[in-house]
Write a protein of this length. Structure first.
Lengths: 356, 356
């Protein structure tokens, strides 16, 4: 009999809550976890047993393919509360669709939309009290899928687990963000998995990012692996550039994540009458614009980072400072997008989804 | 006090053995696992508690970074038994060194040599009866390391687990191996992690390999991500080409694994007086050599696959057959390397390491 992902969610409530131990005014990013999680298992060719259970450890065989062959993908989302305690998600179907795009590229089973959306909504209803309301805070939601099927043969697993967990979180960055434009290491290949939210894409960035951290930069802006002449993305966020009054970002590709914040910003910027160009951007163009004073802003955009202004960048041993402007595009676009997310403004695009 | 990785290995023996249930004459590759495994944990900046325990599940927090950010690496080795029941490993220090090369690139903690080597030897001594002796079989050994530290922030974990597990295994391939030379997808980027045995490198290959499988090819030969004009490696093995009487393979790079079987074959081939060239190989050169009859052999080399002859390759919709020769380089080199591994010949290179 077909599984009904709406009616068949089993809910086992936690006997105690950890919520009293959490200081909601001093939240780090992704460090404390709420009381429950959604779990669903893929076996015998089908996603089954969707259930909400107390947040708890996962037990796996040592030969589970997640440990050996990197079949792991994830999404990042947030839940927001307005002043009347209504709870909202932001474009959740886009996260669902992207999860399945990632799944396909990593030879993992796609998830039914009802399983994702109903499981997500039921979980968020139950975790409603975990949504922080202080400025810059939100309930970060982490849907993820990984291979549980066994074997030391390099081939796709036959079993998987899908989990949604939640972490009440503060800002992703603390303080100013300076970036290094990478000229040696790379994040992704043409024809590779850079467009997917695959675990392996992140592990590969850590070492070059540590090298950048040691030199005083918080993030790396990746460049194309062949020439290092073109900027791509920053791993945890897409990159926007303002030259004079034009807002630029690079096109998505098989190397670059199709960010939901990125595309929302493009839509809002156009509605605001900002001149927007989506095209390849040379590092040389950034440097020339910095030197002639036409480079006004640089910011990152992503679910975790929201809109994060970049204060300067390094390239080939030289540092370039961004000017400190008032009335930036970054601040305007951040306000517009967070106002929609938190129900402080109209939502002409239908992006906000009320949960309860 | 400093940990002594020789004296401090705790051994907890399994109360029962699964060995009677295993048909050692009909072994698949990496499907059944021996009675024990080595486990060591990295926490508080140190690898600690090396222990051999019954093969058993691993329990992890849902926020363990292995699930989210792909920090996982592995090695592949084999143990062999000679006719006097002496047990040998093949160049194990090379696996140890490569594990640490992978660890560094993925921002994971390097392992002390004594921890790896003593743990490995103690485990293999205990699992001696699990080493198959039939032709083409061996005890496949899988050292692997993954992130157990928690958090939804994209940064390296602060805790890791290292495990060595064993699987008595038959041949990696069954039947003829036909390969597809890839012209769209890629395995790795310049400046990426292709040279590391990182989990994520494998997951990214599965979907293109499935597409190739659907067209009747068992493996993909990857090409450079920029032009797809040069062959690289086959994911589970390095590639060797014989044109007339010259044996060719491509140089290792940051995109190509430094295979232990690959470099052993290069050494043996030179000792056999075979003309060897390590240089870039164009797909066009392969096709021209196939068309003019100078392409004599194509074979893969790797720990799991040993030396696997390739019967044909596809490129741009056309299939190219390899001739069926007697006295191939592949067969000769396979005999020489397995004779050293199984103590059937002298070992002038000091590659064989006696365990017990």
């Amino acid at each position: 009999m077909a599984i009904n992902y709406t009616e068949d969610i089993q809910i086992e409530k936690s006997k105690t809550s950890k919520i009293a131990n959490v200081d909601f005014n001093n939240l780090a990013f992704g460090r404390v976890f709420s009381d429950h999680m959604l779990v669903c298992d893929f076996k015998n060719g089908e996603w089954q047993n969707p259930s909400i259970v107390p947040y708890q450890p996962v037990t796996l065989e040592p030969s589970a393919k997640i440990f050996h062959y990197g079949q792991s993908i994830f999404e990042g989302m947030k839940a927001y509360k307005d002043s009347d305690n209504n709870v909202f998600l932001f474009r959740p179907v886009d996260n669902f669709n992207r999860l399945n795009i990632s799944a396909k590229r990593l030879a993992m089973p796609e998830l039914p939309e009802a399983c994702f959306m109903n499981g997500l909504k039921e979980l968020i209803k139950l975790e409603k009290d975990w949504i922080p309301t202080s400025e810059g805070s939100s309930l970060y939601i982490r849907p993820f899928m990984f291979a549980t099927g066994q074997g030391f043969h390099a081939s796709p697993a036959n079993a998987y687990k899908f989990i949604i967990a939640c972490a009440p979180s503060g800002s992703y960055f603390s303080g100013k963000v300076k970036v290094l434009i990478e000229e040696k290491y790379s994040r992704s290949a043409n024809g590779g998995v850079g467009f997917a939210k695959a675990g392996g894409n992140y592990a590969g960035q850590f070492y070059p990012t540590q090298l950048a951290n040691n030199r005083g930069y918080q993030q790396v802006i990746w460049t194309d692996d062949n020439t290092h002449e073109y900027i791509e993305e920053a791993g945890a966020m897409n990159i926007f550039v303002r030259i004079n009054d034009t807002l630029l970002t690079v096109p998505t590709s098989d190397r670059i994540l199709d960010g939901i914040t990125r595309k929302s910003i493009l839509t809002i910027a156009e509605a605001e009458g900002i001149d927007v160009e989506v095209r390849k951007i040379k590092v040389a163009e950034l440097i020339e614009a910095s030197e002639n004073g036409s480079l006004k802003e640089l910011f990152g955009a992503g679910t975790a980072a929201v809109v994060s202004p970049i204060s300067g960048f390094g390239f080939k041993g030289k540092d370039y400072e961004l000017p400190e402007l008032e009335n930036t595009y970054g601040a305007l676009l951040k306000k517009r997008i967070t106002d929609i997310q938190t129900n402080k403004s109209d939502d002409p695009y239908g992006w906000r989804v009320k949960v309860c």
